[in-house]
Design a binder for this molecule. Structure first.
Ligand SMILES: Nc1ncnc2c1ncn2[C@@H]1O[C@H](COP(=O)(O)OP(=O)(O)OP(=O)(O)O)[C@@H](O)[C@H]1O
Ligand SMILES: [Mg+2]
Length: 308
C-alpha cells in the first residue's frame, strides 16, 4: 500500500457542550510512524478512537486503509490494530492464553494460531512467562503482551495510545525497537505520546494537539525550527577574524574569551549557506561551526498549554 494510510478532514467531536476535537485534518503516509503529541486532555485518545472506528465523530471524514470509517467500518477494522492507553489484557488468563484467545476471536485455524502465538511470545521475550497469569506481569510485560495481542491479526495499520507510558528506560527501548521493526516490515504506526524524545526518536512526522486543535505539524526538525532559540555558533582562530566576522554579521553576539560569535537564525540549511557565503566573500576563516536548535521540549512548551 503506497500513499495515504490514514486521512482525516474536518474532524469534530464534542461531549455535551465540551468541544474535544475542533476541526482536525491529518494525513499519515503508509509505512511511516506518525506521532500525535499533546498535554493531558488535549484529545489524543479521542482522536485515536475516532480514527479506529470506536467513536463516531460529529463531523468530518476519515479514510483508513482506503476505506471510509463510517460506511466501511468492517473493512477498516480488518486492516487495523489498536493498543489502548489501558491494556486489553485479561488478568486471569496466562500470557499464552490471552494470545490464543485473540487468535480464536480472529478465527485463525488452531494449528496456525499456536504457531503465530509461539512466534510472538518469542519475539516479545515472553516465552518464559507464557504460562504465568497476566496478573503477575510487570507493567512492561503487560505492554508487550498487549501489543503482541494486537499483532495476532497482522494489521497493516497500528494505533498505539501512549505505548510506553510508565515503562522503565530499558522497556521503552525494547518497545521502540519493536515499533521500528514493524515499520521496517511495512506497517504504518499512529502513536500518541507525552514523551517528546519518543516522538523525536521514532516519528517521521509529528503533530501537536492542544485544546482539540492541531497547533503544529511537521518533522521533528521542522518543529524545532519554529521556536526561537536557534542559532549558529562560529569560532575563529584569533581576535582579528572575530572582529571582521562580527562586523559582517550584524545582530550576532560575540564572546571575546571564546573567540566565538553567536548568530541567531532558523537553524535551516539555507540560512547556514547564506551565512557561510557572507563570510567567504570577506575571506574570513571559520575554525569551528555548530548549529544549535531547540529541542522538542521547547517546542512543546511554546506551542501548548496556553489559554483557550
Ligand atoms: N466519553 C467521554 N465523555 C465525556 N468527555 C470525554 C469523553 N472522552 C473524553 N472526554 C473529554 O475529552 C477531553 C479529551 O480527552 P482525551 O482522553 O482524548 O485526552 P488525551 O489527550 O488522550 O489525554 P491524556 O493525555 O490524559 O490521555 C477531556 O477533557 C475528556 O474529559
Ligand atoms: Mg489519552
Amino acid at each position: 500500500m503506497n500513499g495515504s494510510a490514514i486521512a482525516a478532514t474536518g474532524l469534530r467531536k464534542s461531549y455535551k457542550d465540551k468541544v474535544v476535537l475542533d476541526g482536525i485534518d491529518l494525513d499519515v503516509r503508509a509505512g511511516t510512524i506518525f506521532a500525535l503529541l499533546g498535554p493531558n486532555g488535549a484529545g489524543k485518545t479521542t482522536t485515536v478512537n475516532v480514527l479506529s472506528t470506536l467513536v463516531t465523530p460529529d463531523a468530518g471524514t476519515v479514510v483508513v486503509a482506503g476505506h471510509d470509517v463510517s460506511t466501511e467500518t468492517r473493512a477498516v477494522r480488518a486492516a487495523i490494530g489498536v493498543t489502548g492507553q489501558f491494556a486489553a489484557v485479561d488478568d486471569l488468563l496466562t500470557g499464552q492464553e490471552n494470545l490464543l484467545m485473540m487468535a480464536d476471536l480472529l478465527h485463525r485455524p488452531k494449528a496456525e494460531g499456536r504457531r503465530v502465538v509461539a512466534g510472538l511470545l518469542d519475539r516479545f521475550e515472553l516465552t518464559e512467562a507464557a504460562a504465568k497469569p497476566a496478573s503477575t506481569y510487570s507493567g512492561g510485560m503487560r505492554r508487550k503482551l498487549d501489543l503482541a495481542m494486537t499483532l495476532v491479526g497482522q494489521p497493516k495499520i497500528i494505533f498505539l495510545d501512549e505505548p510506553t507510558t510508565g515503562l522503565d528506560p530499558r522497556s521503552r527501548r525494547t518497545m521502540w525497537e519493536i515499533i521500528r521493526e514493524l515499520v521496517a516490515d511495512g506497517t504504518t504506526i499512529f502513536l500518541t505520546t507525552q514523551y517528546l524524545d519518543e516522538a523525536d526518536q521514532l516519528a517521521d512526522r509529528i503533530a501537536v494537539l492542544d485544546h482539540g486543535r492541531l497547533v503544529a505539524e511537521g518533522t521533528a526538525a521542522e518543529l524545532k525550527r519554529r521556536v526561537p532559540g536557534s542559532h549558529i555558533r562560529l569560532r575563529f582562530a584569533d581576535r582579528h577574524e572575530l572582529d571582521v566576522a562580527a562586523q559582517a554579521l550584524p545582530g550576532s553576539t560575540r564572546d571575546d574569551d571564546d573567540l566565538t560569535l553567536r548568530v541567531p537564525g532558523d537553524g535551516g540549511v539555507r540560512s547556514l549557506r547564506a551565512l557561510l557565503d557572507r563570510l567567504d566573500a570577506r575571506s574570513i576563516d571559520v575554525e569551528d561551526l555548530s548549529v544549535h536548535t531547540p529541542d522538542l521540549d521547547d517546542v512543546f512548551l511554546a506551542l501548548t498549554g496556553g489559554p483557550k
